[in-house]
Design a binder for this molecule. Structure first.
Ligand SMILES: NC(=O)c1ccc[n+]([C@@H]2O[C@H](COP(=O)([O-])OP(=O)(O)OC[C@H]3O[C@@H](n4cnc5c(N)ncnc54)[C@H](OP(=O)(O)O)[C@@H]3O)[C@@H](O)[C@H]2O)c1
Length: 564
């Protein structure tokens, strides 16, 4: 699918350009390459690109200046979306358009619903309202997303203004009688990408509110910025009457996002959490790859040098969910390798469909002729990988959206570590993954600790590609544990991150699936010790002691299962 994006240099547009590639080929325009004030240009560009999805992130956003340029604001915020909508309708494309809390007058004491009557009190608000109405009236497939108080580390916004002023002055005066939800532009882009993916197949039409959770005033936002960034300036609250500006702003900008949550289970994080992530963002390495192509066509993307490998065996029902959790990462892995483990059912077709949907430049599909266990499938993906790190995921599990960002940053900061894993949690169908505040703690794991128990589930692990050990071919049980042991036995460093970054839908040990075969697994553990002994990486006494300990654990497990 081709995606036409406008406003690629804006806050939301910049993030979108980096979130959309898994959905298709992104053709992104800035103001110079597509001027929304010129309807002929809009029509020409859309007809050239022939997109299946149009995302309009461009807008006239200078709220105060719009008071003196209402016609221009109307042209860009109302007439241009109308033209885009008409063109989308011609092509049968989906149009995603953004609107604002400023369509309301702010007199309602509680958060605004999509059904509340708008009543803008500024020229900007009026132009945005006309824009959303034009899109809705056009009859095209559309999503209109109203958001609020957008900020990020680029462009013009309240966060950057406060950071600048705090460096220039000792005391800031900030309005305390307007409440709203400051919303990080990256959260908007990530949610938009997910909505776009989920809407592709449906008859989508709708107006939704999309803002961060929680509420604060501009004063509260300023205080949190100063506290989080450790800047020393103090902040004094003032009423709006003491801050003169050409445009009036609503006193209550809060938008209820319950409709969106009910429709597709999307809920943005609490605003202070996102603010912390945004401010920490500068410190996270992005190591961009790719080259800049012709203007308008996006080829340069910030992707982290990680190859994600998913062994796929008869997983038609779950693989899309797993891949979506990779595509929703706050930092993209550079490639995704899906390995069909000779499933013999519709799995290979499902993988090819994912490759088409998410783009052949991002998804690679390998088809194995013979099924000799997940370890061999992972090895095939590892051997085909081109990135600095390999991260493994299983087809029936999912990741936390920040897994890649956190674990990759850790591996980059600790080049001596060859293997890292992290905590995981079991999750029920329909349950959403934890968006809890990340602690980003870690500790080194000794070889002895690994010998005593398998510290990592495979979907939690990231390994350096230059590690020479591999999963032992042909093994079906505990081959992952053996690999961790071989890595640690080779003198390489292993670490465990404390955050829960993987979620598994599998039943606990003993209930079903592979792990139900507890004796098979125990035998595999014993054979791991025997193998290490035979290859002279474990002494005789240690081997006997570990086998005894393993058998004792087995007896305890059997008694536990018998008592249930
Ligand atoms: N910012 C907020 O607080 C806020 C709040 C609620 C809703 N929204 C809505 O959210 C959406 C995204 O906002 P944002 O904060 O990402 O906006 P932004 O950072 O101000 O970016 C707007 C983009 O539109 C481009 N643009 C302006 N005039 C244009 C024209 N005539 N033709 C083509 N491009 C043009 C700008 O390019 P140049 O800079 O080169 O002109 C810029 O890239 C907008 O619909 C906005 O109304 C924003």
């Amino acid at each position: 699918m081709k995606i036409l994006l406008t406003g690629k240099t804006g806050q939301v547009g910049w993030e979108l350009e980096r979130r959309l590639p898994p959905l298709g080929q992104v053709v992104a325009f800035d103001h110079a390459s597509l001027d929304l004030a010129d309807p002929d240009q809009i029509i020409a560009r859309v007809r050239e690109v022939r997109p299946g999805l149009i995302i309009n992130a461009a807008a006239y956003t200078d709220v105060d200046r719009a008071e003196s340029e209402p016609e221009l604001a109307m042209q860009i915020n109302a007439a241009a979306p109308q033209t885009l909508a008409e063109e989308a309708k011609r092509l049968g494309a989906l149009l995603i358009h953004y609107s604002t809390d400023y369509v309301f007058d702010g007199t309602k004491p509680t958060p605004y619903l999509e059904t509340d009557p708008p009543n803008p009190i500024s020229a900007y608000g009026r132009s945005k309202l006309e824009g959303e109405r034009a899109v809705q009236a056009s009859g095209c497939r559309h999503l209109v997303l109203r958001t609020s108080w957008v900020y990020g580390l680029r462009g013009r916004n309240f966060l950057l203004t406060i950071l600048r002023l705090a460096r220039e002055r000792r005391e800031l005066r900030v309005v305390d009688d307007q409440v709203g939800a400051p919303t990080w532009c990256r959260d908007i882009a990530v949610a938009t990408a997910r909505l776009a993916r989920e809407s592709a197949a449906r008859e989508t039409v709708g107006l939704f509110h999309l803002t961060a959770a929680g509420a604060t005033s501009w004063y509260g936002f300023a205080r949190e910025i100063l506290e989080t960034s450790g800047l020393g300036a103090s902040v004094m609250s003032i009423p709006s009457s003491q801050y003169r500006s050409p445009a009036r702003r609503p006193a209550n900008s809060l938008l209820s996002c319950a409709k969106l949550n009910a429709w597709c289970n999307i809920e943005l994080p609490e605003w202070p959490d996102s603010l912390r992530r945004c401010l920490a963002d500068e410190r996270i390495s992005n190591d961009p790859i790719g080259a800049t192509g012709p203007p308008g066509i996006r080829t340069a993307v910030d992707r982290v040098s990680v190859s994600v490998v998913i062994p796929c065996y008869r997983c038609v029902g779950t693989i899309r969910r797993a891949v979506a959790s990779v595509a929703e990462q706050s930092l993209f892995p550079a490639e995704l390798i899906l390995v069909d483990d000779a499933s013999g059912d519709g799995t290979l077709n499902a993988l090819r469909a994912l490759q088409r949907d998410f783009g052949e430049d991002w998804v690679k599909v390998l088809a194995l002729r013979e099924n000799v266990g997940a370890g061999s499938a992972r090895n095939a993906g590892w051997n085909a990988a081109s990135c600095k790190y390999i991260a493994f995921l299983d087809a029936d599990d999912v990741w936390h959206p920040r897994k890649m960002e956190i674990q990759h940053a850790f591996m980059q900061a600790h080049p001596e570590v060859a293997l890292s894993g992290h905590a995981h949690r079991r999750i029920a169908d329909g349950e959403s993954v934890d968006a809890a505040l990340m602690q980003q703690g870690f500790r080194m794991v000794s070889r002895w600790e690994l010998l005593l128990s398998n510290r990592f589930v495979t979907p939690s692990t990231m390994v350096r590609r230059d590690v020479t050990q591999r999963f032992q071919a042909g093994r079906r049980y505990m081959e992952d544990h053996l690999l961790w042991l071989e890595i640690a036995s080779g003198g390489l460093k292993v670490a465990r991150l404390t955050d829960v970054l993987a979620f598994t839908y599998k039943a606990p040990v003993g209930d079903s699936g592979l792990s139900a075969r507890t004796w098979e697994m125990r035998k595999a553990e014993l054979s791991n010790f025997w193998y290490l002994y035979r290859t002279e990486r474990l002494g005789f006494v240690a081997t006997v002691a570990l086998c005894g300990y393993s058998l004792a654990k087995h007896m305890r497990r059997v008694l536990f299962l018998a008592r249930r």
